[in-house]
Write a protein that binds this ligand. Structure first.
Ligand code: AMP
Length: 212
């Protein structure tokens, strides 16, 4: 099964995509995570991507497409995968279609959250080096310094700073949201899920939609 999770930054795509991928036994492929890793390793790609990501802009299509096509060619992706954060532009969606044919996907899950809630979530979001995600209003946010799951220090992603969040939302609206119409035109199955509420219930809604 080739699935895409689509939604604005802060919609909870990453958390949900990871859980659903675990349930379905297919890899969770998150281009944002891959790029952050490239930045922290200081690779050529990372050096090119770093400043762009800090501004909340998109890394050029050719770089991201090459990275993604390479990743989906790995053995673990033969039976499918969940894409999180790719495609983000029509050109990226077309590259996926060229690679897999027939729209490129079996279904898209669109996680719907309004902008006010997005800003609240992102400005309070903190992460640890192993990718565990917190919110400052979360009861687990005890000392605010170390991850309660792995002990790694907790920090705020630079692209989560308030000034950058606004840009990321604009980029989403202008370049990524048109993918909903793109996949609608392709006849790709779309499941629109309300992304506000208890994370377990949201996972259950997604699993129910995918089983239909
Ligand atoms: P994310 O973790 O998905 O919010 O991605 C973080 C940042 O990585 C984005 O704001 C972009 O700068 C970059 N990025 C991730 N995926 C893509 C993509 N498919 N195309 C272009 N840039 C991307």
């Amino acid at each position: 099964m080739r699935l895409l999770f689509l939604g604005p930054p802060g919609a909870g795509k990453g958390t949900q995509a990871k859980r659903v991928a675990g349930n379905l036994g297919i890899p969770h492929i998150a281009t944002g995570d891959m790029l952050r890793q490239a930045v922290s390793e200081g690779t050529d790609l990372g050096l090119k991507a770093r400043a762009i990501m800090e501004r909340g802009d998109l890394v050029p299509d050719d770089l991201v497409i090459a990275m993604l096509l390479d990743r989906v060619a790995h053995d673990d992706a033969t039976d499918g995968f969940i894409l999180d954060g790719f495609p983000r532009t029509i050109a990226q969606a077309e590259a996926l279609e060229d690679r897999f044919g027939d729209g490129g996907l079996d279904a898209a899950v669109v996680i719907d959250v309004d902008s006010e809630e997005i800003v609240r979530r992102i400005s309070g979001r903190r992460v640890c080096g192993n990718g565990h995600v917190f919110h400052v209003d979360d009861p687990r946010w005890v000392d605010g310094e170390k991850c309660d799951q792995c002990g790694e220090p907790i920090y705020q992603r630079e692209d989560d700073y308030a000034s950058t969040v606004r840009n990321r939302l604009n980029v989403y609206r202008d370049l990524t949201e048109p993918l909903i119409a793109f996949y609608g035109d392709q006849g790709t199955t779309m499941h629109v899920i309300d992304g506000v509420g208890d994370p377990d219930s949201i996972t259950e809604s997604i699993m129910t939609a995918l089983r239909q």
